[in-house]
Design a protein around this ligand. Structure first.
Ligand code: SAM
Length: 263
C-alpha cells in the first residue's frame, strides 16, 4: 500500500509557528550571550575581545584599531540587561557593524549627523561617537531601552556627542532628531509585524544622499517579505570592502548599504 503524504509547504509551517511565537527566531537571551562569546572565540574571532566583569556587571569590548598607523584599541564599556527586551544585550550583527566602522578611513564620520535605529545597548552609535568626536550621534530605540542606552553613554563619557532618543518605527520622526547623513542599523529584521514600520522609518529619515549601513542576520524564509517591502523604496548593495565579510557570511550575516530610490 502506498502511503499518502500531505506535504505541508515549509513556509506555511513556519508561518503557523511564527503566529504562535513571533520572536521564536531570536535565541533565548542567556543563550545569545553565550553564543556571542563562543563565536568570538571560534568563527567570529575578529569581533572585539570581550570580558564580562562580575564585579560591576559590565561587558568590556576592545576593538582592535590601527588609526593613522598607530595601534590604538577602542574600548567600550557596556551595561547589558536582558530585562527591557532583546535589545539589552550585544548582538553579533551590531558588533560586526561596529567593527566595520572602526576599520573605515579616518574622517568618514567627521562633521556628520549619525543615527542608529534599534540601537539596543547603543553599541554601534557609541563606537561611532568614540571614533569621531566631531560628529553628532543619536542612538534610538523604544522607550524601555532608553535607560540602558543613557547609562552606556555616561559610562563611556560620550555625552558631548552622543544623545539618546525614543524612536518607535512607524511613528513620526521627533522634531528634535536632526536629519541624518548616516543611518546605522544592526539586527533589526526579526519581528514580522515591524517590517513595514521599519521600512517606513527608513524612508522618512533618508533621502537619496543618505548613507545607510544595514547589518542583517537571516533567520527565516519570511524575512524575504521585509526585502520585498524594502525594494519599493530602496535598492541595496552588499558591502564588499569589509575584510571580515567571508567569515560572517558563514553565520548568515550580511552587511549592506541601502540607497533610497528617487520618487
Ligand atoms: C535584535 S535587537 C538588536 C540590538 C542592537 N542593534 C544590536 O545589534 O545589538 C533589535 C532591536 O530593535 C529594537 N526594535 C524592535 N522593534 C522596534 C520598533 N518598533 N521601534 C524601534 N525599535 C525597535 C529592539 O528594541 C531591539 O533593541
Amino acid at each position: 500500500m502506498q502511503l499518502q503524504t500531505h506535504a505541508v509547504p515549509e513556509m506555511a509551517v513556519e508561518e503557523e509557528l511564527d503566529a504562535k511565537d513571533p520572536l521564536r527566531h531570536l535565541m533565548g537571551v542567556e543563550d545569545s550571550l553565550v553564543a556571542v562569546r563562543d563565536s568570538s572565540s571560534q568563527l567570529l574571532a575578529f569581533l572585539p575581545a570581550q570580558s564580562h566583569s562580575v564585579e560591576d556587571g559590565l561587558l568590556r569590548l576592545s576593538f582592535s584599531s590601527d588609526r593613522g598607523g598607530v595601534p590604538r584599541p577602542l574600548n567600550i564599556s557596556l551595561a547589558v540587561d536582558a530585562s527591557p527586551g532583546c535589545g539589552g544585550i550585544a548582538w553579533p550583527a551590531g558588533q560586526i557593524l561596529a567593527t566595520y566602522l572602526v576599520q573605515r578611513d579616518l574622517g568618514y564620520l567627521r562633521d556628520k549627523n549619525v543615527l542608529e535605529l534599534g540601537a539596543g545597548t547603543g553599541l554601534v552609535g557609541l563606537v561611532a561617537g568614540e571614533l569621531e568626536a566631531d560628529c553628532r550621534v543619536v542612538i534610538t530605540d523604544q522607550a524601555p531601552l532608553l535607560p540602558i542606552m543613557q547609562k552606556n553613554v555616561a559610562l563611556n563619557k560620550l555625552g558631548s556627542n552622543v544623545v539618546v532618543a525614543e524612536l518607535d518605527w512607524g511613528s513620526p520622526i521627533p522634531a528634535a532628531i536632526p536629519k541624518p547623513d548616516i543611518i546605522l542599523a544592526a539586527d533589526c529584521v526579526y519581528f514580522e509585524p515591524a517590517f513595514p514600520l521599519l521600512v517606513q522609518t527608513l524612508a522618512d529619515l533618508a533621502d537619496t544622499s543618505t548613507e545607510i549601513l544595514f547589518c542583517y542576520k537571516k533567520r527565516r524564509k519570511a524575512d524575504k517579505r521585509f526585502f520585498s517591502m524594502l525594494k519599493k523604496k530602496f535598492s541595496w548593495k552588499e558591502v564588499m570592502d569589509d575584510p571580515n565579510r567571508e567569515i560572517y557570511m558563514k553565520e548568515a550575516i550580511t552587511l549592506m548599504r541601502l540607497f533610497k530610490r528617487q520618487k
